[in-house]
Design a protein. Sequence first.
Length: 315
Amino acid sequence: MNQLEQLKRYTTVVADTGSFQQLGQFKPQDATTNPSLILKAVQQPQYQHLLVDTATAWKGKPLDEVVDRLLVKFGCEILSIVPGRVSTEVDARLSFDTEATVVRAQRLIDLYQAAGIATERVLIKIAATWEGIEAARKLEQRGIHTNLTLLFSQVQAISCGHAKVQLISPFVGRIYDWYKKQAGAQWDEQAMSGANDPGVRSVRAIYEYYKHFGIATEVMGASFRNTGQIVALAGCDLLTIAPELLSQLSQSTAPVHQVLRADNALQQPLQAVQYDEAGFRFALNEDAMATEKLAEGIRAFVADAIQLEQLIVAV
């Protein structure tokens, strides 16, 4: 068995891409998208017709509605290939507006339903700000399931668990990037790889907290830089992986062992924590890495969303 086949014995594998034509060979259960991935896809010749068709069909409609229709069109194409769910992201410019996020999420679900897609096959991606988590709480109460993204810290994860969100996406690679940059010339790649990778450690701690306290929210490691990070999280509920890393896993026959186990998490000496808004904001502020990467991630998604809008307007 190759590494990808071995990994699937312990973890649900999800493809992290907007390029749905790549999905068939890897047979993932689910797929995730974000503004950056959709922007990258529509600039490839094989996907440009989706942009042109959507922009033409809905010309004159508000730009934000046309963007949502394009996102849903990609989502529907993905769902024709994967058997499970697709994650579609709410405009990152709404990351600090609970009510606007709820409204936008509802519209995405309405568009999917109009296309014949059942609500349970869609996860609405929302940045894990305080306002985003509160929006997710309200959506989950409506039966609309959410995927809280740009998640870099225990405080974000714990708050998502209390909000009963369906799934969180802690970002392994971006945590690794921050610590590597901070260390500079002192960084020891070998010593900080595998189980010692700071991104891997973060996801493991979140997984153990959830399993220890019986929190039902799914943990989906995301944003990987190498296959070593992926293998070190074998056993996590889900892992969302870019096609190039899926390909590397499929070409290797090195052994993959289950690392994360719910029964082991029950043995950990952990203390339950709960945050109100002030506590959340203070704890997040105390974590320089999480604060910086959350803000940076929102800015990057906004920039790509604006670029996507410009491509639509140019049609």
